[in-house]
Design a protein around this ligand. Structure first.
Ligand code: SIN
Length: 298
């Protein structure tokens, strides 16, 4: 029996040279995440942004122009990759179907979209690569986005446990285990197109996901959509997944990213899970999301 050496791993692998960035970079936690000043989405330095994302996995770009338009924002997203269009969600701007609106009014009691640990679209054949979120109107307090570093989660499993999991696949389903909020009621908030069939979308993906650019590995499971481990009984799957959800949600794996006005957040779904905290009742939160299609996980 040995203790998992989380602190040793963090100090060994998290020593990022901030001098390599011309932008001003402030790490959010020991695990991951950075607040960045000096990177303008209307004049983006994609090479630097890519290094920032490889290093920190989620970055909040502060100080964006107050007059940033939806067209500017979509142009920025296109520079990051192929923009996905969600077939089930009514876009808030007819001429920009790639933009998803996550808008919750001060008096709303609707489900808080993203209020489970998840990796965007992990049930798709090609789940989300990067996601971009523009806080058009953010609460004065509350409504933070919480992340878990799934590379750290993988590294901090013991070699014996990793060996048992490595090579296995996990089933991800859009409906999740059905114990929480269904995709149908999530639509109350994001504007679901009810004329479409909500068939069950599910795919198997490797439990150890490899980043296509860095070659690094991450634990690829999440509480919202991972429903079973291939080759295991329901009871075995449930127990192992429960452990992995708890392990990856340990405070030392996480970064709580705090919104300010004029901020654009970008995260890498391959290496992280996230959780939108719905603790801003009585305040409006207006966010616009872009999803950059990722590769078939390997
Ligand atoms: C999401 O889960 O995509 C939304 C995150 C947030 O609203 O903070």
């Amino acid at each position: 029996m040995s203790l998992q050496p989380i602190w040793a791993i963090q100090t060994r692998s998290r020593q990022i040279d901030l001098e390599q960035f011309s932008a001003e970079v402030r790490p959010v936690s020991g695990a991951m995440g950075a607040y960045v000043h000096g990177l303008d989405v209307r004049d983006p330095d994609f090479e630097q942004l890519s290094r920032l994302l490889h290093s920190f996995k989620a970055v909040m770009l502060r100080g964006q122009p107050a007059d940033l338009s939806i067209a500017d924002y979509v142009a920025f997203g296109r520079g990051l990759g192929e923009l996905a269009v969600d077939p089930y969600v009514e876009p808030p701007f007819a001429d920009h179907p790639e933009v998803m609106g996550l808008v919750r009014d001060a008096d709303s009691d609707a489900y808080n979209f993203g209020g489970d640990w998840h990796s965007d679209g992990s049930y798709l054949e090609r789940p989300g690569g990067l996601t971009v979120l523009w806080g058009k109107h953010v609460p004065t307090h509350g409504g933070d986005t919480l992340f878990a570093d799934m590379e750290l989660a993988w590294e901090t499993l013991t070699p014996a446990f990793r060996e048992m999991l490595d090579g296995r696949r996990v089933l991800h389903a859009a409906t999740g285990l059905g114990q929480k909020v269904t995709i149908r009621s999530k639509g109350d908030y994001v504007g679901l197109d009810r004329s479409r069939d909500l068939e069950r979308i599910e795919h198997f993906h490797p439990i150890k996901r490899t980043h296509p650019e860095t070659g690094r590995h991450a634990l690829f499971v999440n509480q919202a959509y991972s429903v079973g481990i291939e080759g295991c009984s329901d009871d075995e799957s449930a127990a192992i997944l429960r452990f992995l959800f708890d392990h990856s949600g340990l405070p030392a794996m996480t970064a709580r990213m705090v919104w300010e006005p004029d901020t654009v957040l970008i995260w890498d779904n391959r290496m992280t899970t996230h959780y939108a905290i719905g603790d801003y009742g009585g305040q409006r939160r207006e966010m616009y999301r872009l999803a950059i299609t990722g590769e078939t996980p390997f």
